[in-house]
Ligand binder design. Sequence first.
Ligand code: SF4
Ligand code: SF4
Ligand code: FES
Length: 286
Amino acid sequence: MDVTLKMADNKQTKTPEQGAQQPAKKHRMLKISILRFNPQDPESVPHMQTFELEESDSMTLFIALNELRDHQDPSLQFDFVCRAGICGSCAMMINGKPGLACRTLTRDLPEEFTLAPLPAFELIGDLSVNTGKWMRDMSERMETWVHMKEAEVDLRKKEEPMDPQLAEDIYVLDRCVECGCCIAGCGTVRIRPDFVGGVGINKIARFRLDPRDTRNDADYYDLVGDESGVFGCMSLLACHDFCPKDLPLKTQIAFIRRKMAEQGMRGYDKVLPTHKKAIPIKVERH
Ligand code: SF4
Ligand code: SF4
Ligand code: FES
């Protein structure tokens, strides 16, 4: 007897085994250990809490954390706004590495993994940190706005056209979402809390490119020409590796450091000892 089944519309044939309904896909049971601490609560003590959660298809950490908050622990604190890698608010330490929770698929993680808040930022509670406060402070120090000649903007004036390639180059650096991943991975920030990090140096690179900004390298040197700026960078490039927007931090840090070193050398003759100041070398005669 012919056991093949004829498909009415496309004339393909299937065996009964093939035609039978696929058994439901078995999902993993995830074990998610989360660092819990509420600094507002004097009773709270930092500790790891492990949750179990059945993984679903295409589950992101955004979905997983919402499931945990909705069905297991409504007190769990974490931040999300856009769910699309645009607002930068969901950055956290994912199995020890900084990353965006909304852009992380659980299937790319092992069955058991840890979540912790980003270090270097003020802790609000559990996985929520105040990156906004840090970024605002850095932006004020780096003066991250276009410094124009005109004191007042004339809205009736025709806009100046910008070279499309230059606009594109600025746009590449402007894609920073201020998530803080570069700061969380930065070794210098651990020893110098005033260090501006990859995000701060990238901002200088962005405004230095902008033809509307009237600042020159001497002005930028005042902002980043020291150890809290580009000369504090140890060049281990965790910022470049962890930036979820793939900003070219490696090249920008190297470029700004070279420009600031050139600028520093321009004023170097002023600090070199003059003949009068030079300390004579004593020659021992026997
Ligand atoms: S430079 Fe990259 S890692 Fe750093 S804040 Fe911007 S987007 Fe985030
Ligand atoms: S390369 Fe510099 S800015 Fe980037 S993580 Fe290392 S020390 Fe920080
Ligand atoms: S929620 Fe906006 S970047 Fe993740």
